[in-house]
Design a protein around this ligand. Sequence first.
Ligand SMILES: *Cc1c(COP(=O)(O)O)cnc(C)c1O
Length: 420
Amino acid sequence: MKKTPFVTNDKIHEIIKEFPTPFHLYDEKGIRENCKAVKEAFAWNPGYREYFAVKALPNPFILKIFQEYGFGCDCASETELMMAKALDFKPEEIMFSSNDTPAEEFKYASDLGAIVNFDDITHISFFEKAVGKFPKTACCRYNPGGVYEISNGIMDNPGDSKYGMTKAQLFEAYKMLKSKGVENFGIHSFLVSNTVTNDYYPTLARTLFELAVELQKDTGCHIGFINLSGGVGIAYRPDQTPNDIRAIGEGVRRAYEEILVPAGMGDIAIYTEMGRFMTGPYGCLVTTAIHEKNIYKNYIGVDACAVDLMRPAMYGAYHHITVMGKENEECDHMYDITGSLCENNDKFAIDRMLPRIDMGDVLVIHDTGAHGYSMGYNYNGKLKSKEVLLKEDGSAQLIRRAETPKDYFVTFDCFDILKF
Ligand SMILES: *Cc1c(COP(=O)(O)O)cnc(C)c1O
């Protein structure tokens, strides 16, 4: 499928006049339409709730949109929890799915009344030491180990991942938590990332539903919810077919009716913790071509760099690129599109066929709405760019300013020796 930006060339130039490149641009309309589709897809389950994975796009303006749809948030650190608290998310709307968790963070999550998702069996006694008492509701993260296969060769290797508990540990953990006063239990599992298939959630649901039936029988624990976590992917590449959330919701419903309902467990709430699927396609990185360099290969240097978007450098991830105003021109030039870091992996694209790029051309790097800005860092003393929200009424709002040198130097806390 041809990938087109969610903004027109005229609109983007209008926005650039007010907010010079580089910046991440988010599409409020797209986010809202997707929220409605997600809600509808799981409307068959009265307890359903999406807990947006804050790490995908930790911006209060975005989280406030999700709040309007009754969504909660999934946090993995103290600052993410602080953001949830500052936005007045209710305790039951905050999931704390962390790992290798510091004691203070367990304490803070517990003070907020967030739902704690235990990543390891040893975290139960660790939590008890840190917090003293257990909440009425708790969740445990399951890792089946081995290789997890969904369909069409799509699979991942949970046996190699650091998350979750083995099946035996999980049963033990529920018994321990029950003996410590927990009354309402959840099961969580995240087995494959960025799945572009409608089968992932339904397949995972089957695994977890069968496990829930077994767990309830064996431990007598009341399973209140099943958290399918994240992993629903997006079509980064033009040749991929985007997931259909309605088909996904329907697939989960079928598994629910086949496994949970007959077991008398038809009161279980389904939770999701999607990040990428909620915001990924509704963000892009807008950047300007500032250098052309021809040596053994042809390079276009842009004014954004890997601190704005790390996925290509870190995972070799593909992000589609549109040269604005040249959408219908032939892609007859091969370029590496680079940022300015002193790291040869700072390339948004390698050997990409694009139309001829002239200096000053605006490039839209697609699908940066999740795990884009948020993965940023400050290598080379580069400062992170701004975030702009394209509102439904067509206006643009700055929802996070760009970093300034002052932000970069402030943590040294020794301005007496720094003379500017
Ligand atoms: C990252 C993460 C998510 C979100 O994953 P996506 O692939 O962005 O949907 C959800 N839950 C947990 C615990 C995570 O670490």
